[in-house]
Design a protein around this ligand. Structure first.
Ligand SMILES: [Cu+2]
Length: 143
């Protein structure tokens, strides 16, 4: 009886751990595996609330930060320093647009979806550079 209870507890703890422990690595690159210039790889991450995104400064000269007005209501903006790894844990469900500040106009952007969500209405209607908009659109096609 005691053994059964212990096993059940251990199993429950394991499942809880699995549900909360995901960390997704996103590299900041001068050139992606498809030869595109200035990219986050992967450019789209489907996460769950409580998951962590780790931005890795594989190449120099990049950072990762949220795009103003393009994060879920109630979520906090985030941002890392250029040339530094940076990680953030996301608890609020929704769609987060992330850019590299020096290369935003070159389209260095990526999208994080937290939870089972759709593209918010008017998400790309703000001031978004042409190349960034094209890439956001492609990333949002994953939803
Ligand atoms: Cu960059």
């Amino acid at each position: 009886m005691i053994r059964t209870a212990t096993t059940a507890f251990a199993f429950a703890a394991l499942m809880a751990g699995a549900a909360f422990a995901e960390t997704y690595e996103v590299q900041m690159l001068n050139k992606g595996s498809d030869n595109a210039r200035m990219v986050f790889e992967p450019a789209f991450v489907q996460a769950a609330p409580g998951d962590t995104i780790k931005f890795v400064a594989t190449d120099k000269g990049h950072n990762a930060e949220t795009v103003k007005g393009m994060i879920p209501e109630g979520a906090e903006k985030f941002g890392g320093k250029i040339n530094h790894d940076f990680e953030v844990t996301l608890d609020v469900e929704g769609v987060y647009a992330v850019m590299c500040k020096p290369h935003y106009a070159m389209g260095m952007v990526m999208t994080i979806a937290v939870g089972d969500v759709d593209t918010p209405a008017g998400f790309l209607e703000g001031r978004v550079p042409k190349k960034a908009k094209e890439r956001f659109q492609a990333q949002l096609d994953n939803l």
